[in-house]
Design a protein around this ligand. Structure first.
Ligand code: 13P
Ligand code: SF4
Length: 358
């Protein structure tokens, strides 16, 4: 397997896109922010559009989604909210695979995003040609892919999972006596494999954000706050997962934070989650898990660069001009719909949270 050769070039192109997108959007003044917010609110109404945001986008976009009757959640819930809502236009604030998932599930709706350059290192690190060659080497295995993949990769999968339902879906496949090919996140794959004992061959992708959490520094923090509970997203490295009290999706982390008796929570995921987390548990001390080692200037800077590309100004321009429309090849969409529906139906049957309150 030779994905290491392809990632740097794709990542570099994307980093160039990030710089191009961010530089024209410096910090807004309060007046500009209010003005954008009002204009976006009006456009949403005029166009019959709804804002659906991921927990990792900037606070102001999450707040706007809440205030305008939209939704903020994890990737599974975002997809389902879009299906169930009757707006003609879905405005997805997140990364491209989330926009594509919305389009796969709601082909009759127009799906737009503030920028089409918001990628994901897992998606970029799993190109369709190499991944399908990898799958062809093991024809007797079920292909299970994480939602953080392109529509083309989803189209060759037997199952799609998110971090909310991965364990249950893998257990279900195991119960049928089947072996598994897993892609793309190696940490999530290893976590599931260890937890379930499934026979899984793992693609070696990673999330550039979660991969940065440092176990030595986490231990120091745990010593400083001995009563704290550690809540981690399963895209984090094994050394973080093994020290965590709870491992789960973004939405599950919020729910566990609410029910936990601990007054201090150390959280190993993107800092965008702190917006909703601090609303859910205002009385608790929330500490970001460290990403910086001894020599680093940043103690914790876990924030997805692609999620950060969603801004008030590019959201406004997209809605005003109706640009950045997600297009998906119809044949590929229909192929990707099968494993996606399989996941959604399974999640319903198992009572795994779909478009409910965090
Ligand atoms: P969730 O499915 O937990 O929302 O995670 C998506 C993601 O991109 C995490 O990095
Ligand atoms: Fe992808 Fe990681 Fe960003 Fe999530 S946080 S969108 S997995 S790069």
């Amino acid at each position: 397997m030779s994905i290491a050769k392809t990632i740097p070039q794709q990542l570099q192109t994307n980093i160039d896109n990030i710089i191009n997108d961010i530089i024209p959007n410096p910090w807004l003044t309060k007046i500009e922010r209010v003005s954008y917010t009002n204009k976006i609110r009006d456009l949403l109404q005029q166009r019959d559009a709804v804002l659906i945001a991921h927990y990792y986008v900037n606070d102001e976009l999450q707040a706007l989604a809440d205030k305008t009757g939209g939704y903020v959640s994890d990737s599974l819930d975002m997809a389902n909210f879009g299906v169930q809502h009757d707006a003609k236009i879905l405005v997805i604030c997140g990364v491209r695979f989330m926009g594509e998932t919305a389009k796969i599930l709601s082909p009759e709706k127009t799906v737009i995003m503030p920028t089409l350059n918001a990628e994901c290192s897992l998606d970029l690190g799993c190109p369709i040609d190499e991944f399908s060659r990898f799958c062809n080497e093991y024809p007797d295995r079920e292909v299970v892919v994480y939602a953080n993949t392109s529509v083309e990769v989803k189209a060759i999968a037997d199952w799609i999972v998110t971090s909310s339902n991965a364990i249950q879906i893998i257990e279900n496949i195991m119960a049928q006596g089947k072996k598994i090919i897993w892609g793309p996140d190696r940490h999530l794959g290893r976590y599931i494999k260890n937890k379930t004992g499934a026979d899984m061959i793992l693609w070696q992708g990673h999330c550039v954000v979660h991969d940065e959490f440092k176990s030595h520094e986490l231990e120091q923090l745990m010593k400083k706050y001995p009563d704290a509970e550690v809540l981690a997203h399963p895209e984090s490295p094994e050394a973080i997962i093994s020290r965590a009290d709870f491992v789960g999706s973004t939405k599950q982390i919020i729910n566990v934070g609410k029910s936990s008796p601990a007054n201090t929570l150390i959280i190993a995921t993107d800092q965008g989650l702190f917006y909703k987390m601090s609303q859910a548990v205002p009385e608790k001390l929330l500490i970001p898990a460290p990403t910086g080692g001894k020599s680093a200037t940043c103690k914790s800077c876990a924030h997805c660069p692609w999620m950060a590309m969603n801004t008030l100004s590019n959201l406004y321009e997209t809605l005003r001009d109706m640009t950045n429309i997600i297009e998906v090849n119809e044949r590929t969409r229909q192929q990707a719909l099968l494993p996606l529906n399989r996941m959604i139906n399974f999640s319903y049957e198992q009572g795994i949270s779909i478009a409910g309150d965090a």
